[in-house]
Write a new protein. Sequence first.
Length: 244
Amino acid sequence: MGPPRGKIASRQEKTKDILGDLGIAGETVSPSAARTIEELTHLGIIKGYSTIVAVGDEALVNKVITVIATEKTAKDVVLGIIPENFQSALARKIGANDLNSACSILKQRRLSTTNLVLLDPNKYFITEAIIRTSRNQEIYFSIGDLKGKVSANLITIKPGLEIFIHDQTLEGSKPSQFFRWLFGKKETDVYSTYLHPKKIRLEAEKSLNIKIAEELVGKTPAVFSNRSRALKFIVGRGKIKSKD
């Protein structure tokens, strides 16, 4: 469940006030039963807006990104982001600590580009997707002509198509975990397999959920592809050199 409607409306008004004080003006729209966020983003592109600002959670931002990434006329459109949660990976990606800093970042308009991941056939995302199970499952992967199998309970897919496949059976017993923590022993992560392909297909004997920010976006079998430097977006000072 999301925040109460009254809280959302209050936050929207506060955001408008801050942006107004910064001299940032533009058309403001909100999704509804009549117009989805995808339709509103499409209309903004048709109207020729050079910047589209997504205000909300990661699910909303990814929907805006998907339209920008798939519209042929949107290759020069820049994305601004005001996250809902300033403790999130999304907030860290743009370098925002709170609502005021997120609005100030829009004013400064420092541009960077980022890789995106395409979840076939038509979902793009900017942070990470998670495939998680309660116990290890046999996961089959295909990378071009290379085919393989791993045992895992957690798969994380990040932009740049950086894939971490975690095997919980390699973690050791609870006592050994406790002593590693107690004595602060730093060990190389021998529990995860790291892959960095351009495209990968993942499947399992039983269909597994794929989630982004806890939202179900698909199921295996699934194909993920890297889209290098596919999105221009506005970032804060210190984030300008971000390669992903």
